[in-house]
Design a protein around this ligand. Structure first.
Ligand SMILES: Cc1cc2nc3c(=O)[nH]c(=O)nc-3n(C[C@H](O)[C@H](O)[C@H](O)COP(=O)(O)OP(=O)(O)OC[C@H]3O[C@@H](n4cnc5c(N)ncnc54)[C@H](O)[C@@H]3O)c2cc1C
Length: 395
């Protein structure tokens, strides 16, 4: 984003606040919620309006853990960290339930089906199930096509669920009590002594702390994120109402490249389809749909849900931007030499699994002041990592 000389005149209002949160998605609104609980006055600066990024475009899946199967996560991050991530995802789900239920957000806990397209994926699911059972997690591996939908095997996780994502982020925002300035994209952060001047489309705001929660859009805000966050497009389609539910619970197949659920109005949602179009769907913040991915989704619908394709037409297609990191974990920390500018981004397409628990990672990688700001004990010690290794002493 650029601004003209006329738009930045001194007539632009100047505000002062304790904390500015940039981005009013799930993460920014969760941050606002905790900061207000800790007695901080915070202002959300949002380029569009509450939740209008990925947080209102996702499928609403509350899945356990990451986009890797459990044994794969153990191999990549170590057994202790994998367990920690899975447990943190359940705590995150509990937080959404607590805030959402109090505000009438539709939340269903009917479990998830991780589904195998072929024998190799079936073997992976079985391995994941064995490791999770060994860790004491509740799950069930089922060989064969238990859903009669053309899958090779299934792993059922009864604790997972689904919700209305836009209603959730709005509920979070309402519960936070934070002030919001919508239509106010931030384009520069100028450090001025111990405070930061935040320059946005509509105002200048002087803040003691700034928390960047813009996920896939981070590189547009500060070049520091250019090679760290890869904006990646995800697409969905939805059908009109069906006479009968096609699936009880949520479905996640082909290592997460396809996912599906029914909708509150009886329609069917199918998302994914970028497996063979990664170059086109990666490194973009353009949230328009593409013919190639939509066609992949339609083919998949006909392959596994021919009854759905036959009885209901497609009523909506959409896309949103996710933020991916190289190691598959959220990126939480503070900018180099600027400890009062923190960030909690890179949710890797699993914001409903990890979008609340990032704060403990922030506390472990950032300044003492951030710890005080949130007044929360750190929990994500082993896997939290950020730009500054140790808390500097606050001036
Ligand atoms: C199609 C799709 C399906 C998905 N399905 C699931 C799912 O089922 N389960 C799951 O857990 N996750 C899913 N995800 C991922 C999930 O939506 C994200 O992980 C989550 O919403 C991230 O929340 P956030 O607050 O970090 O980012 P966002 O919701 O993207 O919020 C970032 C906000 O920052 C604003 N912003 C950007 N730049 C600026 C700026 N310079 N100044 C001010 N504001 C700015 C944006 O307008 C936006 O509102 C899906 C994503 C997509 C796109």
């Amino acid at each position: 984003m650029t601004v003209s000389i006329w738009q930045t005149s001194t007539e632009q209002p100047l505000y002062e606040t304790d904390v500015v949160i940039i981005g009013a998605g799930l993460v920014g609104c969760a941050a606002a919620y905790y900061l207000r609980q800790a007695g901080r006055y915070c202002l959300l600066l949002e380029a569009r309006d509450v939740g209008l990024g990925a947080s209102s475009r996702n499928a609403g899946f509350m899945l356990s853990g990451l986009d890797l199967h459990y044994h794969q996560a153990e191999a990549r991050y170590g057994e202790a960290a994998a367990r920690e991530i899975w447990e943190l995802s359940w705590l995150t789900h509990a937080f959404w339930r607590q805030v959402g239920t109090a505000q009438g957000v539709e939340i269903r806990q009917e479990g998830s089906w991780l589904l195998a397209e072929d024998a190799q994926e079936a073997a992976e699911l079985e391995q994941a199930a064995r490791r999770m059972e060994a860790c004491g997690f509740t799950c069930e591996f089922k060989a064969g096509d238990v859903l009669s939908r053309g899958f090779a095997a299934a792993l059922h996780q009864p604790g997972d669920g689904a919700l209305h994502p836009y209603a959730l982020v709005q509920a979070l925002y309402r519960s936070s009590g934070a002030a919001l300035m919508a239509n106010s994209e931030v384009y520069a952060l100028e450090s001025q002594g111990s405070s930061v001047m935040v320059l946005s489309r509509l105002a200048r705001v002087r803040a003691r702390y700034v928390l960047i929660c813009v996920n896939g859009y981070a590189a547009g805000l500060d070049p520091y994120f250019a090679s760290k966050i890869i904006p990646t497009r995800a697409q969905c389609l939805a059908t009109g109402p069906l006479a009968q539910r096609a699936l009880e619970g949520i479905g996640y197949a082909d290592y997460g490249y396809y996912y599906f659920r029914d909708l509150p109005d009886g329609g069917f949602l199918l998302g994914g389809g970028r497996k063979h179009h990664k170059a086109q769907e990666g490194n973009t913040t353009d949230d328009r749909t593409s013919a190639e991915v939509q066609s992949a989704l339609e083919n998949y619908l006909k392959q596994h849900f021919a009854d759905v394709a036959a009885q209901a037409s497609i009523v909506r297609r959409w896309a949103g931007i996710m933020g991916f990191t190289a190691d598959g974990l959220p990126l939480v920390g503070a900018l180099p030499e600027r400890p009062n500018i923190g960030f909690a981004i890179g949710l890797n397409g699993h914001g409903l699994s990890l979008g609340q628990r990032w704060r403990s990672a922030l506390l472990n990688t950032c300044s003492m002041e951030w710890r005080l700001a949130f007044s929360m004990p750190g929990a994500w010690i082993k896997i939290g990592r950020g730009a500054v290794a140790l808390p500097p002493t606050w001036p």
